[in-house]
Ligand binder design. Structure first.
Ligand SMILES: Nc1ncnc2c1ncn2[C@@H]1O[C@H](COP(=O)(O)OP(=O)(O)OP(=O)(O)O)[C@@H](O)[C@H]1O
Ligand SMILES: [Mg+2]
Ligand SMILES: [Zn+2]
Length: 221
């Protein structure tokens, strides 16, 4: 169970659950109701190398950064379902979306799943005609919180649109919290596929953030 800086659980002493010896000498493990989901969420973030991105470490030298940080942190305390961040590469989309996932895991005591488009879409598209496809895609369709990082990075084929629709339509119908970052503006996605883009637009309402392309906004440079 990963340690989580700034978080500790008095119910289980940060063990994440408890072991008991039950009838016949079997050992049973009961996850802690106060923190097991949180620890699982952080484990998944850490595995993706994203655990260290927080709101506190997001610098706001420019007004547009202040605006973005304000919006994304407001999203984490709203009941609104989806967050969309599109546009300029390197402007902090993955950083802020990860920080939002982190806040939601902690405040709602839930786990979250990450869908790294570049890696996970390739795997799922390769399984499209395989019997394991449904169980693999269901891990993402049904997650309490899903963060799709870099949606449509690398181009948009018909297979990409179908995969995104398969995941997002399910989440739309079940009103499941979803966070998306992409180099595409939402309008560009709507231009490619109205049914898909329209669903994202409807679900993200006030939290569709599209950052104009401007190399000066690329933190990496
Ligand atoms: N305002 C900021 N304060 C501190 N670090 C930042 C800030 N903006 C970006 N970074 C850092 O710069 C790097 C690039 O940011 P990030 O990965 O969030 O960009 P992105 O918008 O997701 O880009 P891409 O579209 O290429 O994926 C990351 O290491 C991130 O932590
Ligand atoms: Mg990114
Ligand atoms: Zn606990």
């Amino acid at each position: 169970m990963p340690e989580i800086s700034g978080f500790s659980c008095t119910a289980c002493g940060d063990i994440g659950g408890k072991y008991e010896i039950i009838n016949g000498g079997y050992i049973s493990w009961t996850p802690c109701p106060h923190c097991a989901n949180i620890r699982k969420g952080f484990y998944l973030l850490k595995k993706s190398g994203l655990a260290d991105k927080t709101f506190d470490s997001f610098k706001t030298a420019a007004e547009w950064q202040k605006g973005l940080l304000g919006k994304v942190s407001a999203y984490t305390s709203s009941e609104d379902s989806w967050l969309y961040m599109g546009g300029q590469s390197g402007c902090g989309k993955t950083h802020l979306c990860t920080a939002a996932v982190r806040e939601l895991i902690l405040s709602k005591n839930v786990s979250a799943r990450l869908f790294k488009w570049v890696e996970d879409a390739r795997l799922l598209k390769a399984l499209a005609n395989d019997s394991s496809y449904i169980s693999e895609i269901d891990r993402f369709r049904t997650a309490t919180i899903l963060y799709i990082d870099d949606l449509f990075k690398g181009g948009v084929t018909a297979a990409d649109l179908k995969l995104a629709y398969d995941i997002l339509d399910y989440r739309y119908r079940h009103n499941l919290r979803t966070i998306i970052s992409s180099e595409m503006f939402l309008d560009e996605i709507i231009g490619k596929d109205e049914a898909l883009g329209g669903r994202i637009k409807e679900m993200s309402e006030d939290f569709s953030l599209n950052i104009t392309r401007d190399k000066g906004k690329n933190y990496r440079l």
